[in-house]
Design a protein around this ligand. Structure first.
Ligand SMILES: Nc1ncnc2c1ncn2[C@@H]1O[C@H](COP(=O)(O)OP(=O)(O)OP(=O)(O)O)[C@@H](O)[C@H]1O
Ligand SMILES: [Mg+2]
Length: 267
């Protein structure tokens, strides 16, 4: 089982869309895929028509029952989606209360990695969708994954936000046994606007090899797919954003995008 985390402390940069797009493509290729919603706002869950307000069986349950979690309980939390090989562990708004509990409880940072260990034979790929905050949920995701994908919208403020994310990564990296490989993925690129073109250029100049050589273009079908509640590759297989995500998936799946402990990468 491989675990990928999609994270960025900046909001609205395409984390959830990237999660669904990559997961949909992997599932269509026959992989047994689990998407895990770690965001108390539950956008990923709502994408698949699961209301986080009413979800008792959720990622929160993993934290709540962390001392008596077993495989059967964990599997009972997982929902089906329109693709038979694509599954979802939905979020609950109660996840927002974890931050307060973090100070009182030890071992909260490894709940997700321990849970995934129980089902490592049941899924080929797990994708963790993070909230846009550095907190216990993102720390769990970073501890549990082998690959980090950082979507960055091609606009000035989002690039500024990346600095913060990479700084966080450096600090957290010190407590990991193995270095975390990461790749920055430019998203919502609009070649018609000079702001987007200039931002992409700045991103590549500043972060060089850490940035994926491709980019995800802006495409209204990403929004339409979320409205329809199906992954973009099912909704509109030949749309331009799906083609971008397919290229990204192919490179990630073949480990063509590799990073080392110095956080350098090449694609
Ligand atoms: N390539 C794209 N083309 C057009 N719209 C997009 C694209 N990618 C994402 N969007 C839209 O941008 C909005 C924000 O995307 P998304 O929810 O994936 O971001 P996020 O980083 O998960 O946000 P949050 O930080 O709130 O969790 C959504 O409405 C989504 O449909
Ligand atoms: Mg999101």
């Amino acid at each position: 089982m491989e675990v990928w985390t999609i994270a960025n402390q900046k909001g609205g940069v395409g984390k959830t869309s990237t999660t669904v797009a990559l997961a949909g493509i992997a599932a269509a290729a026959g992989q047994r895929v689990l998407m895990v919603d770690l965001d108390p706002h539950g956008s990923l869950s709502m994408y698949f028509r699961q209301e986080p307000d009413y979800t008792h069986k959720s990622t929160y349950t993993l934290f709540e029952k962390r001392n008596r979690l077993n495989k059967e309980l964990l599997l009972s939390l997982i929902r089906k989606t329109p693709l038979p090989t694509l599954h979802l562990l939905p979020a609950a708004t109660a996840l927002a209360t974890l931050e307060r509990q973090m100070h009182a409880c030890d071992g909260l940072g490894l709940v997700i990695s321990r849970a995934l260990e129980l089902i490592k034979e049941d899924f080929d790929l797990v994708i963790l969708d993070c909230p846009p905050v550095l907190g216990v949920l993102m720390i769990n995701a970073l501890a549990a994954c082998q690959q980090l994908i950082i979507p960055v919208q091609t606009e000035y403020l989002a690039i500024k936000g990346l600095e913060r994310m990479l700084h966080t990564l450096k600090m957290l990296g010190r407590s990991r046994p193995t270095p975390l490989s990461y790749v920055v993925v430019p998203t919502m690129f609009d070649r018609r606007t000079s702001a987007s073109v200039q931002s992409l250029r700045a991103l590549r100049n500043e972060y060089g090899d850490c940035v994926w050589k491709g980019k995800v273009v802006i495409d209204t079908r990403i929004r339409d797919a979320s409205k329809a509640g199906v992954p973009p590759n099912l909704f509109s297989p030949h749309s331009s954003a799906v083609e971008c995500y397919q290229r990204l998936y192919d490179q990630l799946a073949c480990h063509e995008i590799l990073t080392d402990g110095e956080h350098r990468c090449a694609s």
